[in-house]
Design a binder for this molecule. Structure first.
Ligand code: SAM
Length: 232
Protein backbone atom coordinates (compact mmCIF):
# COMPACT_ATOMS: atom_id res chain seq x y z
CA UNK A 1 0.00 0.00 0.00
CA UNK A 2 1.33 3.46 -0.93
CA UNK A 3 1.35 5.83 2.00
CA UNK A 4 2.27 9.50 1.75
CA UNK A 5 4.07 9.59 5.09
CA UNK A 6 7.60 8.86 6.40
CA UNK A 7 8.05 5.20 7.37
CA UNK A 8 9.94 4.48 10.59
CA UNK A 9 9.96 1.68 13.13
CA UNK A 10 7.03 1.81 15.56
CA UNK A 11 5.70 5.17 14.35
CA UNK A 12 1.96 4.80 13.83
CA UNK A 13 0.39 6.22 10.68
CA UNK A 14 -3.27 7.25 10.38
CA UNK A 15 -5.08 5.82 7.35
CA UNK A 16 -7.25 8.06 5.20
CA UNK A 17 -10.76 7.06 4.10
CA UNK A 18 -9.67 5.46 0.81
CA UNK A 19 -6.89 3.46 2.45
CA UNK A 20 -9.14 2.26 5.29
CA UNK A 21 -11.86 1.27 2.79
CA UNK A 22 -9.34 -0.54 0.58
CA UNK A 23 -7.89 -2.54 3.49
CA UNK A 24 -11.18 -3.36 5.24
CA UNK A 25 -13.64 -3.84 2.37
CA UNK A 26 -11.45 -4.78 -0.61
CA UNK A 27 -8.58 -6.69 1.02
CA UNK A 28 -10.72 -7.97 3.94
CA UNK A 29 -7.96 -7.15 6.43
CA UNK A 30 -8.44 -6.45 10.12
CA UNK A 31 -6.54 -5.45 13.27
CA UNK A 32 -3.45 -7.62 13.85
CA UNK A 33 -3.00 -8.40 10.11
CA UNK A 34 0.24 -7.42 8.40
CA UNK A 35 0.57 -5.41 5.21
CA UNK A 36 3.39 -3.99 3.09
CA UNK A 37 3.82 -0.22 2.89
CA UNK A 38 5.97 2.05 0.71
CA UNK A 39 6.20 5.81 0.31
CA UNK A 40 8.63 6.19 -2.60
CA UNK A 41 11.55 7.07 -0.29
CA UNK A 42 12.02 4.67 2.59
CA UNK A 43 11.84 1.29 0.84
CA UNK A 44 9.21 -1.31 1.67
CA UNK A 45 8.02 -1.89 5.25
CA UNK A 46 6.08 -4.67 6.90
CA UNK A 47 3.43 -3.03 9.07
CA UNK A 48 0.79 -4.25 11.52
CA UNK A 49 -2.77 -2.99 11.35
CA UNK A 50 -3.38 -1.52 14.80
CA UNK A 51 -6.94 -0.27 14.28
CA UNK A 52 -9.25 -0.51 11.30
CA UNK A 53 -12.73 0.88 10.70
CA UNK A 54 -14.50 1.59 7.39
CA UNK A 55 -13.24 5.19 7.22
CA UNK A 56 -10.12 5.31 9.35
CA UNK A 57 -7.47 3.24 11.01
CA UNK A 58 -3.84 3.06 12.02
CA UNK A 59 -0.88 0.99 10.83
CA UNK A 60 2.48 0.63 12.60
CA UNK A 61 5.69 -0.18 10.66
CA UNK A 62 7.49 -3.21 12.18
CA UNK A 63 10.55 -3.72 9.98
CA UNK A 64 11.93 -2.73 6.60
CA UNK A 65 11.38 -5.66 4.21
CA UNK A 66 13.16 -4.21 1.14
CA UNK A 67 15.45 -1.24 0.52
CA UNK A 68 14.40 1.73 -1.59
CA UNK A 69 14.80 0.84 -5.29
CA UNK A 70 14.63 3.80 -7.62
CA UNK A 71 13.91 3.24 -11.32
CA UNK A 72 16.41 4.13 -14.05
CA UNK A 73 16.48 7.79 -15.06
CA UNK A 74 13.93 7.40 -17.84
CA UNK A 75 11.06 9.74 -18.68
CA UNK A 76 8.10 9.17 -20.99
CA UNK A 77 6.63 12.06 -22.98
CA UNK A 78 3.47 11.33 -24.91
CA UNK A 79 0.53 13.11 -26.44
CA UNK A 80 -2.65 12.11 -24.55
CA UNK A 81 -5.19 10.14 -26.55
CA UNK A 82 -8.62 8.80 -25.53
CA UNK A 83 -9.12 8.59 -21.78
CA UNK A 84 -8.93 4.82 -21.39
CA UNK A 85 -5.83 4.58 -23.57
CA UNK A 86 -4.12 7.45 -21.76
CA UNK A 87 -4.83 5.63 -18.49
CA UNK A 88 -3.29 2.52 -20.04
CA UNK A 89 -0.12 4.39 -21.05
CA UNK A 90 0.37 5.82 -17.54
CA UNK A 91 -0.25 2.44 -15.90
CA UNK A 92 2.17 0.59 -18.20
CA UNK A 93 4.83 3.32 -17.95
CA UNK A 94 4.72 3.03 -14.14
CA UNK A 95 5.02 -0.78 -14.37
CA UNK A 96 7.88 -0.55 -16.86
CA UNK A 97 9.84 1.78 -14.59
CA UNK A 98 9.49 5.29 -16.01
CA UNK A 99 10.62 7.80 -13.39
CA UNK A 100 8.55 10.70 -14.76
CA UNK A 101 5.57 10.77 -17.11
CA UNK A 102 4.90 13.96 -19.06
CA UNK A 103 1.71 14.35 -21.10
CA UNK A 104 2.48 16.89 -23.84
CA UNK A 105 0.10 18.88 -25.99
CA UNK A 106 1.05 18.75 -29.65
CA UNK A 107 -0.44 20.29 -32.81
CA UNK A 108 -2.54 17.17 -33.41
CA UNK A 109 -3.44 16.39 -29.78
CA UNK A 110 -7.22 16.43 -29.30
CA UNK A 111 -7.41 16.85 -25.54
CA UNK A 112 -6.67 20.25 -24.07
CA UNK A 113 -6.99 19.10 -20.50
CA UNK A 114 -6.17 15.99 -18.55
CA UNK A 115 -7.09 14.87 -15.06
CA UNK A 116 -3.58 14.89 -13.64
CA UNK A 117 -4.80 13.72 -10.22
CA UNK A 118 -6.53 10.68 -11.78
CA UNK A 119 -3.43 9.80 -13.81
CA UNK A 120 -1.23 10.16 -10.73
CA UNK A 121 -3.61 7.83 -8.85
CA UNK A 122 -3.25 5.29 -11.71
CA UNK A 123 0.53 5.50 -11.35
CA UNK A 124 0.22 4.83 -7.60
CA UNK A 125 -2.03 1.80 -8.23
CA UNK A 126 0.35 0.43 -10.85
CA UNK A 127 3.32 0.81 -8.50
CA UNK A 128 1.36 -0.95 -5.72
CA UNK A 129 0.36 -3.72 -8.10
CA UNK A 130 3.87 -4.46 -9.34
CA UNK A 131 5.52 -4.37 -5.92
CA UNK A 132 7.74 -1.38 -6.69
CA UNK A 133 8.97 1.01 -4.03
CA UNK A 134 8.77 4.05 -6.32
CA UNK A 135 5.87 6.01 -7.83
CA UNK A 136 6.60 8.04 -10.97
CA UNK A 137 5.53 11.66 -11.01
CA UNK A 138 2.84 12.42 -13.60
CA UNK A 139 3.02 16.07 -14.63
CA UNK A 140 0.15 18.21 -15.89
CA UNK A 141 -0.37 18.66 -19.64
CA UNK A 142 2.27 21.06 -21.04
CA UNK A 143 2.52 22.30 -24.65
CA UNK A 144 5.38 20.55 -26.48
CA UNK A 145 7.11 23.83 -27.51
CA UNK A 146 7.28 24.91 -23.88
CA UNK A 147 8.80 21.58 -22.88
CA UNK A 148 11.39 21.81 -25.65
CA UNK A 149 12.21 25.48 -24.92
CA UNK A 150 13.33 24.62 -21.41
CA UNK A 151 14.92 21.29 -22.31
CA UNK A 152 18.13 20.35 -20.44
CA UNK A 153 20.18 18.81 -23.26
CA UNK A 154 22.03 16.46 -20.92
CA UNK A 155 18.84 14.34 -21.10
CA UNK A 156 18.62 12.82 -24.58
CA UNK A 157 15.28 12.41 -26.33
CA UNK A 158 14.45 9.08 -27.91
CA UNK A 159 11.82 9.91 -30.52
CA UNK A 160 9.87 6.92 -31.79
CA UNK A 161 9.26 8.17 -35.31
CA UNK A 162 6.76 6.32 -37.46
CA UNK A 163 8.39 7.88 -40.54
CA UNK A 164 11.21 5.39 -39.90
CA UNK A 165 8.83 2.42 -39.96
CA UNK A 166 10.82 -0.63 -40.99
CA UNK A 167 14.14 1.28 -41.00
CA UNK A 168 17.22 -0.03 -39.24
CA UNK A 169 17.40 2.72 -36.57
CA UNK A 170 17.12 0.94 -33.23
CA UNK A 171 18.41 1.48 -29.71
CA UNK A 172 21.42 -0.77 -30.17
CA UNK A 173 24.66 1.07 -29.40
CA UNK A 174 23.07 4.14 -27.81
CA UNK A 175 24.73 5.58 -24.70
CA UNK A 176 23.35 4.86 -21.26
CA UNK A 177 22.30 7.88 -19.21
CA UNK A 178 19.21 10.04 -18.75
CA UNK A 179 16.74 9.61 -21.60
CA UNK A 180 13.17 10.72 -22.34
CA UNK A 181 11.11 8.62 -24.75
CA UNK A 182 8.84 10.70 -27.00
CA UNK A 183 5.69 9.20 -28.55
CA UNK A 184 3.49 11.18 -30.93
CA UNK A 185 -0.30 11.40 -31.12
CA UNK A 186 -2.49 9.26 -33.40
CA UNK A 187 -2.06 11.81 -36.19
CA UNK A 188 1.72 11.94 -35.74
CA UNK A 189 3.69 15.19 -35.34
CA UNK A 190 3.06 18.20 -37.59
CA UNK A 191 5.67 19.33 -40.12
CA UNK A 192 6.82 22.20 -37.91
CA UNK A 193 7.11 19.94 -34.87
CA UNK A 194 9.11 17.42 -36.93
CA UNK A 195 11.46 20.18 -38.11
CA UNK A 196 12.02 21.42 -34.58
CA UNK A 197 12.75 17.92 -33.23
CA UNK A 198 15.07 17.09 -36.14
CA UNK A 199 17.08 20.27 -35.43
CA UNK A 200 17.74 19.33 -31.79
CA UNK A 201 21.11 17.63 -31.27
CA UNK A 202 19.90 15.74 -28.22
CA UNK A 203 17.20 13.96 -30.25
CA UNK A 204 17.71 10.43 -31.60
CA UNK A 205 15.04 8.92 -33.84
CA UNK A 206 14.27 5.22 -33.68
CA UNK A 207 11.98 2.78 -35.45
CA UNK A 208 9.73 0.41 -33.54
CA UNK A 209 9.59 -2.14 -36.33
CA UNK A 210 7.89 -2.78 -39.63
CA UNK A 211 4.33 -1.76 -38.70
CA UNK A 212 2.73 1.49 -37.55
CA UNK A 213 1.66 0.97 -33.95
CA UNK A 214 -1.10 2.69 -32.04
CA UNK A 215 0.34 5.34 -29.71
CA UNK A 216 -0.36 3.25 -26.59
CA UNK A 217 1.30 0.18 -28.09
CA UNK A 218 4.23 2.33 -29.25
CA UNK A 219 4.75 3.68 -25.71
CA UNK A 220 4.86 0.19 -24.21
CA UNK A 221 7.14 -1.13 -26.98
CA UNK A 222 9.59 1.78 -26.65
CA UNK A 223 9.74 1.50 -22.84
CA UNK A 224 10.36 -2.28 -23.03
CA UNK A 225 13.03 -1.86 -25.73
CA UNK A 226 14.77 0.87 -23.72
CA UNK A 227 14.70 -1.34 -20.65
CA UNK A 228 16.30 -4.28 -22.44
CA UNK A 229 18.95 -2.23 -24.30
CA UNK A 230 19.77 0.62 -21.94
CA UNK A 231 18.25 -0.27 -18.57
CA UNK A 232 20.30 -1.66 -15.66
N1 SAM B 1 -0.52 9.20 -38.03
C1 SAM B 1 0.66 8.45 -38.18
C2 SAM B 1 0.68 7.80 -39.54
O1 SAM B 1 -0.39 7.30 -39.97
O2 SAM B 1 1.73 7.77 -40.14
C3 SAM B 1 0.77 7.37 -37.13
C4 SAM B 1 1.02 7.81 -35.74
S1 SAM B 1 1.19 6.43 -34.62
C5 SAM B 1 -0.46 5.81 -34.58
C6 SAM B 1 1.39 7.18 -33.06
C7 SAM B 1 2.81 7.31 -32.58
O3 SAM B 1 3.36 6.03 -32.28
C8 SAM B 1 3.80 7.91 -33.55
O4 SAM B 1 3.78 9.33 -33.53
C9 SAM B 1 5.14 7.36 -33.08
O5 SAM B 1 5.67 8.11 -32.01
C10 SAM B 1 4.75 5.99 -32.58
N2 SAM B 1 4.96 4.90 -33.57
C11 SAM B 1 4.01 4.07 -34.06
N3 SAM B 1 4.56 3.13 -34.87
C12 SAM B 1 5.90 3.36 -34.89
C13 SAM B 1 7.02 2.73 -35.53
N4 SAM B 1 6.88 1.66 -36.30
N5 SAM B 1 8.25 3.25 -35.30
C14 SAM B 1 8.41 4.32 -34.51
N6 SAM B 1 7.39 4.96 -33.88
C15 SAM B 1 6.15 4.50 -34.05
Amino acid sequence: LFIDHPLALGQGIALNTDQAHYLSSVMRQGPGDEILLFNGQDGEWLARIERLAKRNGEVVPQRQSAPQMDPPDLWLMFAPIKKARTDFIVEKAAELGAARILPVQTDFTNSERIRQDRLQAHAVEAAEQCGGTFVPEVTDLVPLPRVLDGWDVTRRILWADEALVGAAETLAGLEKGPWAILIGPEGGFSESERKRLCAMHCVTRISLGPRILRADTAAVAALALWQSELGD
